[in-house]
Design a protein around this ligand. Structure first.
Ligand code: ADP
Ligand code: MG
Length: 715
């Protein structure tokens, strides 16, 4: 028998390959798996006899397989599997593409349930790429409850390449029984008041609902629970925070004015406004908690610089936490350049510690740097996760800034706060993100966090011309890159993976489509680099960049690219966020179908940062409709907020917001449009905490809540 805390590896058919996919979806235990909810359902619940089928309708039939065979269609280089199906009223064909193994999975004479769209082309009746499953005779007596891919409402889950909804259903359905033993953490009276389904029922209905209404009710129940926990957490947190005081920084207007006049460009109005808001926050004597949302390229770094400047001039330390070493190094340089050496700066990453000040410049030992930080030397420290290590302490921490906030967990900033030695004063907090979060959502997640929006892109930028490029046109694009280089510009080529993956796939074959296997053959950076260097671009300066390289190598390459001595940088997603090379005008994304829209938008944001017209080419080898629609969204839309919404719809909130990392529940993220509901839930949370601050009267809820808070800490 399984239990919720078992790892998914205990399931039949889950080997290393699948574990890897599960990990990508943030699924480690059976609990995670059962809590991986569908984001929509395919309605295959209508049955018909073959004779009754009509063109274009989505329906299910039960039929016998009379014949099944593969054809190889040479000009299109693909397999076509065609089956002839029969019931007592007639016969019909079903075709699938590039899944030749189907002839092994679907034996002749088998009874099969088939769901999908019927088409009547050239008078021939057929299902095109339908869902199917083999049924046995007893199930054929309309025991549809056993079906999991056809003949009912079928869950469609957030997927990752290699782990399809079909596979997820295959794993989830057999373990759904575990839920029978679960005790609902929500008190009965609360459930009654809000008409919430009981946990067991909700779990079944969210995965395999009897009706769409049941699915909605199930969803609402989970949403309620998660929001409720979030609110309990926020109320407790706020109580803690209310008692806190912060450093009161000087409202030094001339300082900022002088600095602004020395900048090489004029601030946008949005930047001006936000800096002003922050100056007041820093001067208020209460800890600032502000989230800065601004699309890629809107100039968030400048806000960070201004805030840090004010802090250090008031005699306090400012830290800037960033997700990658490359970005830390780049910010360190940008800060130095735009502050003009007036202030002491430090860099701390896993591999380097540096200081920049008048007397002393360059690399220092980590020990020296840590001492200075601990003594409270007023300095701007830019760094990666290394800042959160145990040995790091701040003597006078005034301001914490987090770049690309969605890359970090909520608790990482708390960890930073705790490093402040001056316990009576809480540091101010500024989080920055290009991933937009709706206001209600942010309120529910972050409580009293203030939000600033940079809704203006600096003047003079041109729209980045975006195109989908199929294989045939790649050469043409490479020629175009050469032209751009001859004008003095530079280019990025992004590849989705570092090592070519040639390992065999250890899963039941029928769970993995041929198309997916194709997807694995993505071009590896190294391979691609070799190929381009020896081929099309042999007369050019190429370099590669990937996460696992030594930090010093990465730095050298970024420095060379930044100075222009490298024409083309071939990289993995390490350059996804933050990188700022205004002279680069071409972004090529190989295997672009492997990335989410928000991520593609981030990549695209690496170009078009200077005055030159820039281009983004989405290389793709997949011609199917959904992929094309997704990529087309990139061509048509240049607004990160809108693309994020689209992404949210397609991939589900977990991956989109990185909420798995941040520890905040997916559902709560997904549907917070309804502010009145959030209010109602908040009221319940307040009520229960007033009556019973330690939740002693509701032990199940207490346990669930403690788990929730532990999860927040771990992540
Ligand atoms: P992001 O919001 O994506 O972090 P950055 O802060 O990296 O954006 O800024 C993008 C680019 O725009 C940088 O090269 C920066 O120097 C430049 N920039 C920022 N603000 C302005 C402005 N007001 N006018 C012109 N260029 C600006
Ligand atoms: Mg940035």
């Amino acid at each position: 028998m399984f239990s919720l805390s078992d790892p998914v590896s205990k399931l039949h058919g889950v080997g290393p390959r699948y574990l890897n996919y599960f990990e990508k979806l943030g699924i480690a235990t059976l609990r995670d798996l059962l809590w991986h909810f569908p984001f929509r359902y395919e309605d295959f619940s209508h049955y018909k006899k073959i004779e009754e089928l009509e063109d274009g309708e989505v329906t299910t039939i039960h039929a016998k397989v009379v014949n099944i065979k593969n054809k190889y269609i040479f000009p299109r280089r693909m397999y076509l599997t065609e089956a002839k199906l029969e019931d007592e009223t007639g016969s019909i064909s079903a075709v699938w593409f590039n899944q030749p193994y189907l002839t092994k999975n679907i034996p002749i004479d088998a009874l099969i349930s088939v769901s999908g769209k019927v088409s009547f082309k050239k008078k021939k009746k057929g299902f095109v790429s339908p869902a199917y499953e083999i049924i046995n005779t007893s199930e054929y007596q309309n025991q549809t409850s056993k079906l999991r891919h056809t003949g009912r409402l079928i869950p469609v889950y957030p997927e990752t390449a290699g782990l399809t909804s079909r596979a997820l259903r295959y794993f989830i359905q057999p373990i759904i029984n575990i839920s029978d033993k679960l005790i609902d953490p929500l008190p009965l009276d609360l459930r009654k008041r809000h008409e919430l389904l009981e946990l067991k029922k909700a779990l079944r209905q969210i995965h395999f609902p009897d009706t769409l209404e049941d699915a909605v009710l199930a969803r609402e129940r989970f949403l309620f629970e998660e929001l409720f926990l979030v609110q309990l957490h926020l109320i407790k947190d706020k109580e803690k925070y209310k008692r806190l005081k912060a450093v009161k920084m000087d409202l030094d207007i001339p300082l900022i004015q002088n600095w602004v006049t020395q900048l090489p460009f004029k601030l946008t109005d949005a930047q001006r406004k936000v800096i002003w808001q922050i100056m007041h926050d820093l001067n208020s004597g209460r800890p600032m908690m502000r989230l800065l949302e601004g699309d890629v390229g809107s100039g968030k770094t400048l806000i960070a610089i201004a805030s840090a400047l004010l802090t250090v001039k008031s005699g306090y330390q400012a830290v800037f936490l960033v997700p990658t070493e490359i970005l830390a190094r780049q910010h360190f340089q940008t800060f130095s350049r735009l502050i003009n050496g007036k202030i002491k700066m430090a860099l701390l990453t896993a591999s380097s510690s540096e200081i920049k000040e008048e007397e002393l410049e360059g690399k220092v030992s980590k020990k020296v740097l840590l001492e200075k930080l601990s003594e409270g030397d007023p300095v701007i420290v830019i760094g990666t996760h290394a800042l959160i290590q145990k040995q790091v302490e701040f003597g006078k921490l005034g301001l914490i800034m987090v770049d690309e906030q969605h890359r970090f967990g909520v608790e990482q900033r708390s960890a930073l706060i705790e490093k402040n030695k001056e316990e009576k004063l809480t540091p101010h907090l500024l989080s920055m993100t290009a991933t937009p979060i709706p206001r209600t959502l942010a309120l529910a997640i972050y409580g009293d966090l203030e939000i600033s929006i940079l809704d203006e892109i600096p003047a003079g930028r041109q729209k980045i011309i975006t195109e989908i490029v199929m294989f045939e046109r790649q050469m043409e694009i490479f020629d175009f890159v050469k032209q751009e280089i001859s004008k003095g510009r530079q280019a990025f080529i992004i590849c989705p993976r570092i090592e070519p993956s040639e390992e065999q796939i250890d899963v039941p074959e029928n769970l993995l489509s041929f198309q997916m296997q194709l997807e694995y053959e993505v071009k590896a950076v190294k391979k691609e680099f070799q190929k381009l260097k020896e081929g099309v671009f042999q007369d050019y300066n190429l370099a590669m960049l990937y996460g696992k390289m030594k930090a010093s190598e990465k730095e050298k390459i970024m420095a060379d690219f930044s100075q222009g001595s490298i024409d083309i940088l071939i990289a993995t997603s390490v350059v996804e966020v933050g990188i700022d090379i205004p002279n680069a005008t071409v972004m090529i994304i190989e295997g672009s179908d492997h990335f989410g829209l928000a991520q593609l938008h981030q990549f695209r944001g690496r170009v078009g940062r200077g005055e030159h017209q820039s281009y983004c080419f989405l290389f793709s080898q997949i011609k199917n409709g959904q992929t094309q629609t997704r990529l087309q969204a990139m061509v048509n839309c240049h607004d990160g907020f809108k693309l994020a919404e689209e992404d949210l719809k397609i991939r589900g909130p977990g991956q989109f917001l990185g909420s798995r990392q941040s520890g905040f529940p997916d559902l709560a993220m997904a549907s917070l449009k309804d502010i009145s509901k959030v209010e109602a839930i908040k009221k319940e949370a307040k009520m229960i905490l007033t009556q019973d601050p330690k939740l002693e009267k509701t032990p199940n809820l207490r346990e669930r809540f403690l788990q929730f808070e532990r999860d927040l800490k771990i992540n």
